[in-house]
Design a protein around this ligand. Structure first.
Ligand code: SF4
Length: 419
């Protein structure tokens, strides 16, 4: 979501005559597009602002946009009095207001809905992967999550607006479309004639665009996986066989405390439906360890589900209390050292699974999408349909290539382009 927001902000500023610079000391306007999902992310924003204040030109205007702006509110100005603007994730289209009068303070953290999508200019050139938001906000109210506070309740964008933006992205260079939303598979839009559209309708229409070769979506809520969407994995070949479907914990006791609206059995039934429809599908998950009240036994159940599903790529975090959430004031907060020990154990299991899956790809061939040059500046990186980075030595890097995997380790694959 932040990548998308960043591109839209950049095209808005370009329209006002700005060009991008990587050097803070050259910039006339500096903004931090921020994430508040974990406490660490918020802390990083404020230390980055400290560095920017030292490096920026005296008359450069600067500020925060996104979820930390919403989380901090007016406190951001108290902490950093010379900030010029603090704009929440649904207000950044108001940024030009400050360009005409840099002496004002611009502050808007309201959750105003979909206005920003209408007011921002379209991107003029798309990366090969275009992120297209279908909805914003979330109604699920997981007890650890700040998103319902920072992004507000769920709002689905009009179906035709999404298709128009997708078509535009394809026309200006996108080959892969990734539909995004905090609860992307909860997408539901009813038009003025009473016709209701779901995510499966968006995917079906997008697959008709010839130049779009790959389609995926993130982040999904398990119980929003409706049968129409699951069935599509069996019929739509452009839909990648890779799905992020976070379970968060393998313990029914903790899932209930998290207010996740499923138990492990129900979650496994959804996984089994996918495996039946698309046997080559692979799943990734997010995990939180050390949630308040998590016993050693609860944690062992999380390790067990990780092995049972065989998640090929996951994000695991220590629980961090966030303001405005129910879990932050729960009893039985887990000490940091236990959280750290559990995270190390879980990561070790997840790493082993990932390594094993990567090794199983050797000698297979995949259609892969170009990503860029590697750190050495001599090789090219592609992404497989399972989002594994694949390093290729070639003088003829094309946007989309058929690649045979020649070797693998935990982090990446190596391969060669097959004609
Ligand atoms: S479903 Fe995801 S975004 Fe929504 S409250 Fe839960 S964790 Fe947060």
């Amino acid at each position: 979501m932040n990548v998308y927001d960043g591109l839209r902000i950049a095209s808005m500023l370009e329209k006002h005559g700005f060009t991008q610079t990587e050097n803070v000391g050259d910039a006339d306007i500096i903004l931090l597009n921020t994430c508040a999902v974990r406490a660490k992310a918020t802390d990083k924003v404020y230390s980055a602002i400290g560095r920017i204040r030292q490096a920026k030109k005296p008359n450069a205007i600067y500020g925060i946009v996104g979820c930390v702006a919403r989380e901090s509110g007016t406190d951001a100005f108290r902490r950093i009095p010379d900030l010029n603007f603090v704009l929440g994730p649904q207000s950044y289209h108001k940024l030009p207001e400050i360009l005409s009068d840099p002496d004002t303070k611009l502050f808007d953290i309201n959750l105003g809905g979909l206005e920003k999508f209408d007011e921002l200019p379209p991107i003029t050139k798309s990366p090969l992967v275009a992120y297209i938001p279908v909805q914003e906000g979330c109604n699920h109210c997981c007890t650890y999550c700040i998103v319902p506070y920072t992004r507000g309740p769920e709002i689905s964008r009009p179906f035709n607006d999404i298709l128009a933006e997708t078509m535009h992205a394809a026309n200006v260079g996108a080959i892969e479309i990734c539909f995004i939303g905090q609860n992307v598979n909860g997408y539901k839009y009813t038009d003025k004639d009473g016709k209701t559209y779901r995510l499966s309708d968006i995917i079906r229409e997008t697959a008709k665009i010839d130049s779009v070769k790959r389609i995926r979506f993130t982040s999904s809520y398990p119980t929003e996986m409706t049968d129409d969407l699951i069935q599509l994995f069996g019929t739509e070949s452009k839909l990648l066989p890779f799905l992020n479907m976070p379970i968060q914990s393998g313990s029914d006791n903790i899932l209930q405390k998290m207010h996740r609206q499923y138990n492990v059995d129900e979650y496994m039934q959804i996984i089994n439906k996918f495996k039946t429809i698309r046997p080559d599908i692979q799943i990734s998950s997010d995990f939180i360890v050390g949630f308040p009240g998590e016993s050693e036994n609860d944690f062992m159940e999380t390790c067990a589900i990780a092995k049972r599903v065989g998640y090929i790529n996951s994000y695991s975090f220590k629980y961090s209390p966030r303001p405005h959430t129910a879990a932050a004031i729960m009893q039985q907060q887990i000490p940091e050292n236990i959280k750290s020990e559990r995270l190390i154990k879980l990561d070790s299991i997840l790493n082993d699974i990932q390594r094993e899956f990567n090794l199983s790809c050797i000698d297979k061939t995949f259609d892969c999408l170009y990503e860029g040059i590697d750190k050495t500046g001599t090789k090219h990186i592609y992404r497989t349909p399972y989002m594994q980075p694949c390093i290729v030595e070639t003088n003829n890097a094309t946007p989309f290539a058929h690649i045979k995997i020649t070797s693998a380790n935990k982090s990446c694959l190596h391969g060669k382009i097959i004609d």
